[in-house]
Design a protein around this ligand. Structure first.
Ligand SMILES: Cc1cc2nc3c(=O)[nH]c(=O)nc-3n(C[C@H](O)[C@H](O)[C@H](O)COP(=O)(O)OP(=O)(O)OC[C@H]3O[C@@H](n4cnc5c(N)ncnc54)[C@H](O)[C@@H]3O)c2cc1C
Length: 344
């Protein structure tokens, strides 16, 4: 579907004269060792999804500024020249969504990469193990969130282009096709959901999850002290409380021996946590933008206002999904679990 012109290799072992295998490390620990490599590979997948989404966003933005079509809804004068697409609220909705997804995804991947650096470079042992723990719990989100939402950004970039977006004259169709791989490889997003809820949130008695919560709470506290950002901090605090309650219900269900029920909607849980974490990172971006605006760096004003608008978009349009997901998850919905093969 995508990645045309990129070679793929299939390895077959043992077709001739059998095969020789070498044990790396201790027996029985192969999966654990593999994850050393996979955590970083998964940041790479997330980042790959971001760059494809970002390229599409920039192209959609350019196109929306140049193409004239339609008139404002409150001015139907047929003699008026059509306006550039970017003046329509619905086009701005799609551009803001793309910006919120790709810049949110970028901050998520950069944060994860900074944890890898921290883990490797700090001389403080406690800080290194904190970075490691946080990275472990966040990796499924770092892989899955950008690959879902930056693909959606590519989808919206095609929509902004209208019929031209569907054609090969413009690049956005290729970006979409190439990005469609990212929810599939290096562990499908379905598998990332199972990994997050079944392993990462449970590991070390929930220590990784608790650390993530503590970090989010620290940003909320900082946000509460800033009048512009305070409403977002309050929204994030409420969503965080929902996520904690939801996790508790699922944890009890898992510990109660009902794994199938607890994990049936693991992908929805992954989405809930992803939305929460990206909202947290948008709060931090908004705080930085606010500081920038206050510092009077006027040449960057539009950049900072753009950050605040994308943050507002994320909190108004995306974060509320946490509540819908939390209701479904805490009800331990079995619609999918109990659907029988013959019914399809
Ligand atoms: C363009 C491209 C390039 C690739 N490059 C490489 C490469 O270089 N090296 C390499 O090793 N691989 C590569 N792959 C393979 C890729 O990693 C796999 O396709 C991917 O891991 C999914 O495995 P699968 O195709 O066997 O799907 P399956 O495992 O059969 O999954 C199919 C569906 O079932 C779901 N599913 C599977 N198991 C479960 C479960 N236990 N519970 C719930 N749902 C489940 C999945 O989420 C998915 O939706 C590439 C794939 C593509 C498309």
């Amino acid at each position: 579907m995508g990645w045309r012109g990129t070679t793929s290799t299939m390895l077959n072992f043992g077709e001739k004269d059998g095969a020789k295998a070498y044990l790396i490390g201790e027996p029985g620990k192969g999966l654990k060792y593999m994850f050393h490599m996979m955590n970083e590979a998964r940041i790479g997948v997330g980042m790959g999804a971001v760059v494809l989404g970002y390229a599409g966003y920039l192209q959609a933005l350019e196109y929306a500024k140049g193409r004239r079509q339609g008139r404002p809804v409150d001015s139907k004068d047929p003699a008026q020249k059509p306006v550039p697409l970017i003046e329509h609220a619905d086009i701005k909705r799609m551009l803001l969504a793309q910006k919120a997804y790709v810049e949110g995804g970028l901050s998520l991947c950069m944060f994860a990469a900074s944890l890898v650096d921290e883990k490797r470079t700090t001389s403080d042992e406690a800080a290194a193990s904190e970075a490691d723990l946080l990275l472990d719990v966040m990796t499924p989100m770092v892989k899955a969130w950008p690959s879902q939402y930056c693909l959606e950004a590519n989808n919206l970039a095609i929509q902004v282009h209208g019929g031209y977006g569907y054609t090969r004259e413009y690049q956005v169709e290729q970006l979409y096709r190439d990005n469609r791989l990212n929810p599939i490889h290096e562990g499908t997003n379905g598998i990332q959901g199972l990994d997050l809820l079944g392993r990462k949130v449970m590991m070390q008695n929930g220590a990784g999850f608790d650390l993530l919560v503590a970090r989010i709470k620290a940003s909320i506290e900082e946000g509460q002290a800033n009048s512009t950002v305070q409403p977002y901090a309050a929204q994030l605090a409420a969503a965080l409380a929902k996520a904690i309650d939801t996790t508790q219900v699922l944890r009890q269900t898992l510990h109660g021996g009902q794994a199938a029920k607890a994990l049936a909607n693991a992908t929805i849980y992954l989405d809930l946590m992803g939305q929460l974490v990206v909202a947290w990172l948008w709060l931090q971006q908004a705080l930085a933008a606010e500081r920038g605006l206050r510092s009077g760096e006027t040449q960057d004003e539009a950049f900072y206002r753009g950050k605040l608008a994308a943050c507002q978009y994320f909190f108004h349009y995306e974060l509320p999904k946490v509540y819908q997901h939390a209701d479904l998850l805490t009800s331990l919905d079995t619609t999918c679990l109990e659907a029988e093969e013959a019914w399809f």
